[in-house]
Design a protein around this ligand. Sequence first.
Ligand code: SF4
Length: 425
Amino acid sequence: MHSLPAACRNGAPDLVISAAGEEGIPAEDLARVIARGWAVIPANPRRKHRISAIGACCRVKVNVNIGTSGVRCDTELELEKARAALANGADTLMDLSTAGDLKGIRERILSLDTPVGTVPVYEAVRRAGSAVDLDADRLFSVIREHCRQGVDFLTLHTGVNLAALDALRKDPRIMGVVSRGGVFHIARMVNTGEENPLFAEFDYLMEILLEEEVVASLGDGMRPGCHHDAERLAKTTEYLTLGMQAKRALELGVQRMIEGPGHIPLGQVSHNIRMIKELTGNAPLYLLGPLVTDIASGYDHVAAAIGGAVACMDGADFLCMVSPSEHLALPNVEEIVEGTRVCRIAAHIGDTVRKTGKDRSDRELAMAMARKDLDWERQFETALYGDVAKRIHERDGDMETCSMCGDLCAVKMVKDLLAKEDKKK
Ligand code: SF4
């Protein structure tokens, strides 16, 4: 049984040395924050792949969800989306497939060079036939199978318990529960009156993850699904449970991160992030959204990027890509590319305000210098997505300035003026 946080108390193991190298930080610094539970490295020992550390000292990471649904089940298409996501800045993938040969689809996604996460309750419910018929043994057995297949991190809705259900009943929300995994557990609790096994048998669950060396991502099954629900009690009740579980998991030597917080008005992002960080002992925070408006349909990737960048100022560590088709349809390849790029920009903005190894201002300065020099090639090389910049700039032909101000280019006028002055000296 190997506990990375425990091992990190005695120095930096090889995995931590490699991850620290990727981040450009001293391995001892990364080992220190992993030992404290402030960072994790999802790296199932059964697979070899590119490493991404998540949390304190590390750059903000981007996850992209892919996966089949009951309406669209095309494994090749999901693989195409997975490759497109990785090519456009995703650090990790989550396979959220709910239709087709789930094990076979997972096998294909696990063959890619990246950490992969899953939500085992989806498959457990498919096998049981319905959430109501799901028993604890089946759920734990599917969790073990995902670990043994090589999955690196698992979303587990351990905070969706009878107390959260009680809060939902006493302080109702417009959207009820919008997390698929959350709803499965709610349905089971409502029908049986029994506690969610992931909550009731939390120590046993952590024992599995410790044995299998897999990261627990404690899910936000009670996240608000609209701004009007953001201040209701169910979410806060879940935060308190996740806080206690985050501490217990670390005591047991398990690497864990926390998920949150859904649809939240911009003015509430900061205190929600701080509250989660405080309650969980600064556990790495994996964000779904936060969507800072409910009416940007078709542009939810932009709403999530704004929320994500702001959340990074208060310590969010890991952003889950939201695509333009969020709330509307299963995304296509183009929407995955667009969503991933916009999320990567939010993560970069987050990095510019975080204390991480590499100085993120270098690239900002390089762009300013290239713009000052009207050096278009250098601008394209420095831009996060230079291919798009080049295509837009070149559509009006090859020119020294750009077509925005043309002959009245302020940059060129100042450049020429200063050059004349320099000559006079
Ligand atoms: S033409 Fe206008 S927008 Fe284009 S580089 Fe010059 S100042 Fe900037």
